[in-house]
Design a binder for this molecule. Structure first.
Ligand code: NAD
Ligand code: TDX
Length: 332
């Protein structure tokens, strides 16, 4: 058995990663380390709780991190403050978790000489013009816009420096926007689905022309496994599935699939500094590690996601009022 420490394993992508790993990669014995912030939910792991070890703790706790890393072989680091809008209201938790937390993980990983995989985002590269024929590649210079993306960029830089200076056994992946089950309802797709389910109009920032490159969460996680199996130490891999859509198009799919007129939404305040477009070129991952996405039909994936939120009202309902009250204060 290979002992794997998954940080942030009670959050959206991390919990899907734990489920997928148990199903498809039974050689791993998993410990989840998660602080259960507002974004973490222990119930995401209910059906597999007997097959993993759960540690309720914080990655900013250097002593705990050192102890857990000494007991594991592989570390996959998902834990983060992940929401751009929150980072504009209060950046400190982003600096603390994303930078100091990552520092603790890489320090312990180098001390105990463990294999470390760092989960990052395409947002570190800034944004593209709508008509730009280029997409982000592993060579694109870093140019983050928000407190969130700048702290992710900072943490990536730490990892790169630890590889070069200390020989840290690390790989990095930068993925585009994920969708799927267990995504917090503060995020675009689940916010709109659950708004419709509580008979509130969806909320579009600005004109809705901003483009995101959507990927199903299981495709992100299968790519992480490809990197763990075959990735070259010190390398960065872009993860994306050619899923570019503008926000208005995505919202119209959701409205149509949920039986509402496509004009049934409100335009609200735009996000300050709102990145215009993200687009990923994942050919390195596809060519060098033979990875392919499975969920290439976005509308089908979206329909399954809508169904998941319909079937799991008890999962999101307790947070809905509070999330919307916070947005309302921001005019969003
Ligand atoms: P999420 O907010 O849903 O989950 C984050 C998890 O980390 C939660 O369970 C939370 O409790 C935990 N956590 C937060 N601070 C912690 C701390 N100090 N100590 C321990 N645990 C802590 O986030 P997500 O959307 O699942 O994102 C996971 C990772 O993937 C992040 O690193 C994010 O930057 C990256 N990413 C996300 C996307 C996306 O579209 N959501 C895309 C690319 C990359
Ligand atoms: O109500 C909304 N209305 C709206 O128009 C919300 C919440 C968002 N939006 C827009 C803003 C973005 O253009 O939708 C787009 C997606 O927004 P988010 O879901 O907040 O995602 P984004 O800011 O693109 O960042 C996401 O992808 C990259 C994740 O939250 C990050 O963790 C990841 O790194």
């Amino acid at each position: 058995m290979i002992k794997m420490l998954v940080t942030g394993g009670a959050g959206f992508i991390g919990s899907n990663f734990v489920h997928l790993t148990l199903k498809e990669h039974p050689q791993y014995q998993i410990t989840v380390l998660d602080a259960l912030t507002y974004a973490g939910n222990i119930h995401n792991l209910d059906t597999i709780k007997d097959n993993i070890t759960f540690v309720h703790g914080d990655i900013t706790d250097a002593k705990l991190v050192d102890q857990l890393i000494s007991q594991n072989d592989v570390i996959v680091h998902f834990a983060a403050e992940s929401h751009n809008d929150n980072s504009l209201q209060n950046p400190w938790p982003f600096v603390n978790t994303n930078i100091i937390g990552t520092y603790n993980l890489i320090e312990a990983s180098r001390k105990h000489n463990k294999r470390y995989h760092h989960i990052s985002t395409d947002e570190v590269y800034g944004d593209l013009e709508l008509e730009d024929p280029n997409k982000f590649t592993e060579q694109t210079p870093y140019n983050p816009s928000s407190p969130y993306s700048s702290t992710k960029a900072g943490s990536d830089m730490l990892v790169r420096a630890w590889v070069r200076s200390f020989g840290l056994q690390a790989t990095i992946s930068n993925c585009s926007n994920n969708y799927g089950p267990y995504q917090h309802i503060e995020k675009f797709i689940p916010r709109q689905i659950t708004n419709i389910l509580v008979d509130q109009k969806p909320k579009l920032y600005g004109s809705g022309q901003n483009v995101r490159d959507w990927i199903h969460v299981d495709d992100h996680n299968s790519a992480v496994h490809a990197i763990l199996n075959k990735g070259v130490i010190g390398q960065t891999y872009m993860i994306g599935a050619n899923g570019e859509q503008n926000n208005k198009q995505v919202l119209e799919y959701i409205l149509k699939d949920m039986g509402k007129p496509t004009s049934w939404y409100e335009q609200v305040n735009d996000r300050p500094g709102h990145d215009l477009r993200y687009a990923i070129n994942s050919s390195k991952l596809q060519k060098e590690l033979s990875w392919q996405p499975k969920y290439t039909n976005f509308e089908q994936g979206l329909q399954n996601t809508i169904q998941w939120y319909k079937n799991n009202t008890q999962w999101w309902q307790p947070q809905k009022q509070q999330v919307e009250a916070k947005y309302k204060e921001q005019g969003q």
